[in-house]
Design a protein around this ligand. Structure first.
Ligand SMILES: [Zn+2]
Length: 280
């Protein structure tokens, strides 16, 4: 009887150890789960994607070979977690892929549209004049009043030499000319649709490099025209209503068919070191 009790308690002990091991495993698993139990809040991600600045430590991997987590996934991960690390991006990506997360799929296509085709900063460096420089800051959604109260949907690249027709403007991407000609707000403008679906809008031009037509194919780095101060008028050709600058707008078409502008500042900042040089 005593012996039997003894063997029972060995069995019990083994059971206890077994359950303990399972618990430890389960606990580790739960901890792991909790670490990645981020809330995929579509509306919040949408706002972040449109408005927030991507840290340079993330955006610098834009075209870097050898990055394990591809850029779109890593950026999506940053929007979800606020974590810029590649390892977190890889783990979150794996988890989301297993569940085929529709929000992730949606945003990967938006992110691809705005960054995948960008190659060059839109204003080349001057080969002749060290004083001919440009500057820009994050002016996203700053108040503008011409044509009604509105937020600034783009980024203005200002010219140190306030003279129209001096600075060349090149295409940031390959693409197809979608819009060309006069706009009340944008003056002489060009709108180019890139292969991944982004719409790149260049406004206030002084003139065009050639007689562009809708449907023309454009190569990244191709001369589009020259920086100017056209616009803010119903009258075609009006200039001088503001200092010479290039307004860059970047738009996507969202899943509901809306054209949505995205803050171009971080993309321009990332392209800062991708400037062509030009004889001016
Ligand atoms: Zn502007």
């Amino acid at each position: 009887m005593k012996k039997k009790k003894h063997s029972f308690s060995v069995f019990g002990f083994l059971m206890f150890v077994g359950i303990l091991c399972l618990d430890v495993q389960l606990f580790a698993r739960m901890e792991q789960e909790a670490k990645f139990a981020y809330v995929i809040d579509r509306d919040r991600i949408y706002e972040t994607f449109r408005d927030e600045q991507v840290p340079l430590e993330v955006s610098k991997t834009l075209k870097k070979d050898g990055s394990k987590a591809d850029f779109s996934n890593r950026l999506f991960c940053y929007f979800v977690t606020g974590d810029t690390g590649e390892d977190t991006a890889l783990q979150l990506t794996k988890r989301l892929e297993r569940r085929k997360n529709p929000v992730q799929q949606e945003f990967i296509s938006y992110i691809d549209a705005v960054w995948k085709d960008v190659v060059y900063f839109p204003v080349p460096e001057s080969e002749q004049n060290d004083n001919a420089t440009v500057s820009y800051s994050d002016s996203w959604m700053q108040s503008r009043t011409y044509g009604g109260k509105r937020g600034h949907e783009g980024c203005d690249i200002m010219a140190s030499i306030n003279e129209r027709g001096v600075y060349p403007v090149v295409s940031m991407t390959d693409g197809i000319v979608e819009q060309v000609g006069w706009l009340k707000l944008g003056g002489w403008r060009l709108g180019i649709r890139s292969p991944s679906g982004g719409y790149f809008y260049y406004a206030h031009l002084y003139d065009y490099a050639k007689d562009f037509k809708a449907g023309d194919e454009i190569r990244a780095g191709e001369l589009l025209g020259f920086m100017g101060d056209s616009g803010y008028s119903d009258t075609e050709g009006t200039v001088g209503n503001f200092p010479v600058h290039l307004h860059v707008g970047i738009y996507i078409n969202d899943k509901d068919g809306n054209e949505v502008s995205v803050n171009p500042y971080w993309i321009l900042r990332t392209l800062d070191e991708k400037k062509l040089s030009y004889d001016y």
